[in-house]
Design a protein around this ligand. Sequence first.
Ligand code: TR5
Length: 144
Amino acid sequence: SRSRRLQFYASASNNEEAAARAAAANADSGAPTIFDKIIAKEIPSSIVYEDEKVLAFRDIDPQAPVHVLVIPKFRDGLTQLGKAEARHGEILGQLLYAAKIVAEKEGILDGFRVVINNGSDACQSVYHLHLHVLGGRQMKWPPG
Ligand code: TR5
C-alpha cells in the first residue's frame, strides 16, 4: 500500500530509498511525467535557467548545497539517455552546455558534478531525461 511504502521510505537509508523509489516508479513506459507539469508551470519549481529548448530547476530533494536538474522541454523520445539517437545530438549538447551555465550562475564553476542516472540499476526515477548538476560541497568518488 502507499502508506506502507511511505513508511519504508522513512526508515530506509538514502541509497535504499533511491533504489526503492526507482523500483516503484513505472519503468520506462513513455508515459508523461511530473516534469511535463513543471515545464508547463502547472507545478511550481525554482527555475535557475530557461531558454527555448532547456529548463533548469532546483531538485526538490537536494543531495548537495547546489542540486539543479537540467531537462529538455521537448522530451522527443528521450525518456532516458539509453534511448538517445543521432537526431538527439543537438539537444544533448545544449543540455550539457546549460549545465555549465547553471554551474556558473550558482558559483560552482571550480567544482561541480553532472550526473545522469539511466534506468533502474542507476536509480532513475523520472523517465524524462535529466542531468543532475551537483556542487557546493566536496563531492566523493567513487559515487555509490
Ligand atoms: O532519480 P532520478 O535520476 O530519476 O532523478 C529524479 C530527480 O527528480 C530526483 O532527484 C528527485 O528528487 C527529483 N524530483 C522529483 C520530483 C521533483 C523533483 N525535483 C523538483 N520538483 C519535483 N516535483 C515537484 N515532484 C517530483 N516528484
